[in-house]
Design a protein around this ligand. Structure first.
Ligand SMILES: [Zn+2]
Length: 180
């Protein structure tokens, strides 16, 4: 099989189609965009699977694939810095998505078949994370916070009022009005 080269459109298209084919074979489906976009075909396709997992659990794949074959071809984004990202997530009762572990990156380098195989390996790992999470005493899974701590995904130590309070980040510096 071909070595992936982001400068060759045909190879971007080939990799894009291979990625989507593997995801569909694995029972993954495209997730709807969360907000309306002027050019939805330019948005990165996100695939996910919940079937077979405990309630709330989801494996998500950020594909780097764009396109609809009408406005633009289906292909991976050209930027070499982009990576496929695989995430094990939990969707809370009020609809918030929390990562259960670190997002796993799959670099798009080397042989196209190997890139897809690496993606599948990482998807299996995320699947196991969803199947065997660390559980809070309330029954919800724990997720990894920004400070790398494990915390209840349903924030069960907070009252309903505290959960819904908007977050006001503390100001680092005193606010000064700038004259422009
Ligand atoms: Zn809890």
């Amino acid at each position: 099989m071909s070595n992936y080269d982001p400068n060759v459109p045909m190879l971007r298209q080939l990799l894009g189609l291979q990625i989507l084919g593997k995801l569909e074979d694995a029972g993954f489906a495209e997730e709807p965009q969360t907000r309306p976009l002027a050019k939805p075909y330019m948005a990165e396709k996100i695939y996910a699977r919940v079937d077979g997992l405990p309630p709330g659990m989801k494996v998500q794949v950020y594909t780097t694939v764009i396109g609809d074959n009408e406005n633009v071809p289906v292909e991976v984004r050209a930027s070499g810095k982009d990576a496929i990202r695989v995430a094990a997530v939990y969707v809370t009762k009020d609809g918030k998505t929390r990562g259960l572990g670190k997002e796993i990156r799959v670099n798009r380098t080397g042989n196209i078949e190997d890139i897809c195989d690496r993606m599948i390996t990482r998807m299996r790992k995320a699947w196991m994370t969803c199947k065997t999470p660390t559980l809070c005493k309330c029954g919800a899974p724990k997720f990894v916070t920004k400070n790398n701590k494990l915390a209840c995904a349903e924030l069960c130590w907070l009252s309903e009022e505290e959960k819904n309070k908007p977050y006001n980040p503390p100001r680092k510096r005193p606010y000064r009005r700038r004259w422009r």
